[in-house]
Design a protein around this ligand. Structure first.
Ligand SMILES: [Zn+2]
Length: 164
């Protein structure tokens, strides 16, 4: 009997589980719990990420196949973001990842610095997180967009790019 007997089954269950989630994105903790419950070995997730079946970003696990990815729009310019250019935006309370992010390019030219300086965003593990309060009736995306597309924010960026 090979050492990894049954691993294929756990792997399928993990993929099915992620597929069953909205946007094909699952919480990392839920996936780890599933692997443990199914008797999979702890390194399975890493192994699957290593061979490209899934991607792990922050606290989220998603299927790597492009066809499974939700369309992501940029919070700054509102255009669609391709996977390789994506800096994901995470909200932490209800759903770890929403279909919003940033073009790497849109964060250049001072935007990233300005966002950090504002105290409204945190940059961690290759993603962006809201550092402001939100909850009942307060959508973190709405708050982010209001700030990022405000005249003040855009004006500061313009001033910066003029100096360069
Ligand atoms: Zn953009």
């Amino acid at each position: 009997m090979p050492d990894d007997d049954g691993a294929g089954t756990v792997r399928e269950k993990v993929l099915d589980f992620i597929r069953s989630k909205k946007g094909h994105i699952a919480d990392l903790s839920d996936v780890l719990r599933l692997i443990e419950a199914e008797g999979g070995h702890p390194g399975l997730l890493e192994e699957m990420a290593g061979d490209g079946a899934i991607s792990v970003s922050g606290d989220s696990v998603f299927l790597s196949s492009e066809s499974y990815l939700p369309k992501v729009r940029c919070l700054i310019c509102d255009q669609r973001v391709d996977r390789q250019d994506l800096v994901p935006f995470f909200r932490e309370k209800h759903f770890p990842f929403v279909s919003w992010g940033f073009h790497k390019e849109c964060l250049e030219g001072g935007a990233r610095d300005e966002m950090i300086a504002s105290g409204m965003f945190r940059f961690e593990d290759g993603g962006v997180y809201p550092a402001y309060e939100y909850g009942e009736g307060k959508n973190p995306v709405t708050i982010a967009i209001r700030f990022l597309r405000s005249e003040d924010f855009l004006y500061t960026l313009e001033l910066k790019s003029d100096k360069e």
